[in-house]
Design a protein around this ligand. Structure first.
Ligand code: MEV
Length: 326
C-alpha cells in the first residue's frame, strides 16, 4: 500500500546548549531549509514471528546511519509499539532521506527520529498527539546522546524559534516567514566540516562538573543570565546586545573545552567581517557555528569571512522583515 510519510527539520541553538542539560534556559531556531523525510512501507511479515524494521538511507547527501543513531531508531520502534498500542507484528522498510548533515549539532538525530515516528504512525494507522511524538523522539535521543534536555526533540518539529526551559517551550518574538517583527536580522550557520559527538561532549562536561561542582554552577548561572538578557534584547529589538550574548556564550563554551580551533577561527572571522556576534552551536567538539548580522549585505560579508576561515558550507537564515514572505 501507500507508504507512511513523516517530515522534520534541523535546528540551530542560539544560546544555552549544554547549560540547558542542567536546567538553564536556551534559545533555539528551527532550520526549515534542512529537512528530513522518512517513508515507512509496510510489508507482509514473514513466518518466523518476529518484527522486521529495516532502516536505509536515501537522498542527496548519502551518509551511513551511525550505529548510535540506529540504536536510537531501534529503541524508538519498540517504544512506538507500546505507545501507539500496535497489536500485530510490525514489518516495514524505513527509508530516511535526510538533507541534514550528521554530527554537526544541527539536530539530525532528533529530526530523523521525529520523521520516523511520524512515518510509522502514518504507515500503521496510529496517529499520535504532539506529546506522544515528543516522548518517543526524546526516548530515542536519550539512547543516542546519553543525557538529552529535550530541546532537539521539540525544535525539530517547531515552526518558530523557541525559548526552552525545563522540558517545555514558548515561542520567541522572532518571525521567520515575514510579518511584523521587532527583531530584523540574518543568522549565518556554518559547518566546520568536522563531525563532533554530542554524546561525547555531554559526557566530557558531566565528568568536568563532577570533579568541580562550582564550575558547573558558575556556567549554568552565567548562561542563564545571558539568555535572560538576550530575551530583553529580543523584546527591544537590540541586535547588537543579542550578538554580544552569543559571543560571550561562545567564550564560556570554549573555556570548557567544547569548541575546536577551526570553530574558534570561524567565530573570530565572523566578528572581523562585521558580525554582531558569533558562537559554536549545538553539541560542539566540531560541527557548526552561528553568527548574527544586521542585514543581508552584512550577512554576505560575514559568510564570506567564515568561508575564508575554512567553513565547508554556510546557510543564511533571515528573520523578521528580511525573512521571505511565503
Ligand atoms: C544539543 O543540541 C544540545 C545539548 O545541550 C544537548 C541537549 O540539550 O540535549 C548539547
Amino acid at each position: 500500500g501507500r507508504p507512511g510519510v513523516g517530515r522534520a527539520h534541523g535546528k540551530a541553538i542560539l544560546l544555552g546548549e549544554h547549560a540547558v542539560v542542567y536546567g538553564a534556559p536556551a534559545l533555539v531556531m528551527p532550520m526549515p531549509q534542512l529537512t528530513v523525510t522518512v517513508h515507512a512501507t509496510r510489508f507482509a511479515c514473514p513466518g518466523d514471528g518476529a518484527d522486521k524494521i529495516s532502516f536505509a538511507i536515501a537522498g542527496q547527501h548519502p551518509a551511513p546511519v551511525t550505529p548510535l543513531v540506529t540504536d536510537g531508531l531501534r529503541y524508538l520502534v519498540e517504544k512506538f509499539r507500546e505507545r501507539a498500542a500496535v497489536a500485530g507484528r510490525m514489518c516495514a522498510d524505513v527509508l530516511i532521506d535526510s538533507g541534514i548533515p550528521q554530527g554537526r549539532g544541527l539536530g539530525s538525530s532528533a529530526a530523523c527520529a521525529r520523521a520516523a515516528v511520524l512515518a510509522l504512525a502514518d504507515a500503521f494507522g496510529r496517529p499520535l498527539d504532539a506529546a506522544a511524538v515528543y516522548d518517543l523522539v526524546q526516548a530515542s535521543e536519550t539512547v543516542a546522546h546519553g543525557r538529552a534536555s529535550g530541546i532537539d526533540a521539540l525544535a525539530t518539529g517547531a515552526t518558530a524559534p523557541l525559548l526552552f526551559r525545563g522540558g517545555s517551550a514558548r515561542e520567541l518574538p522572532i518571525t521567520m516567514s515575514g510579518g511584523p517583527s521587532r527583531f530584523d536580522g540574518v543568522f549565518i550557520v556554518a559547518d566546520s566540516g568536522a563531525g563532533g559527538s554530542t554524546k561525547e561532549a555531554v559526557e566530557l562536561l558531566r565528568d568536568r562538573f563532577e570533579q568541580d561542582e562550582k564550575i558547573k554552577e558558575a556556567f549554568v548561572r552565567r548562561v542563564s543570565e545571558l539568555t535572560t538578557a538576550a530575551l530583553r534584547d529580543l523584546d527591544d529589538g537590540r541586535l547588537t546586545g543579542f550578538g554580544a550574548r552569543l559571543t560571550e556564550n561562545h567564550r564560556l563554551l570554549r573555556d570548557l573545552g567544547i569548541s575546536t580551533e577551526p570553530i574558534d577561527a570561524m567565530v573570530e572571522a565572523a566578528l572581523a567581517a562585521g558580525g554582531l556576534g558569533a558562537k559554536i552551536t549545538g553539541g560542539g567538539l566540531g560541527g557548526c557555528m552561528i553568527a548574527l548580522a544586521g542585514d543581508p549585505g552584512q550577512a554576505e560579508a560575514v559568510a564570506h569571512g567564515i568561508e575564508a576561515a575554512g567553513a565547508v558550507r554556510t546557510w543564511v537564515v533571515p528573520v523578521g522583515r528580511f525573512a521571505s514572505h511565503d
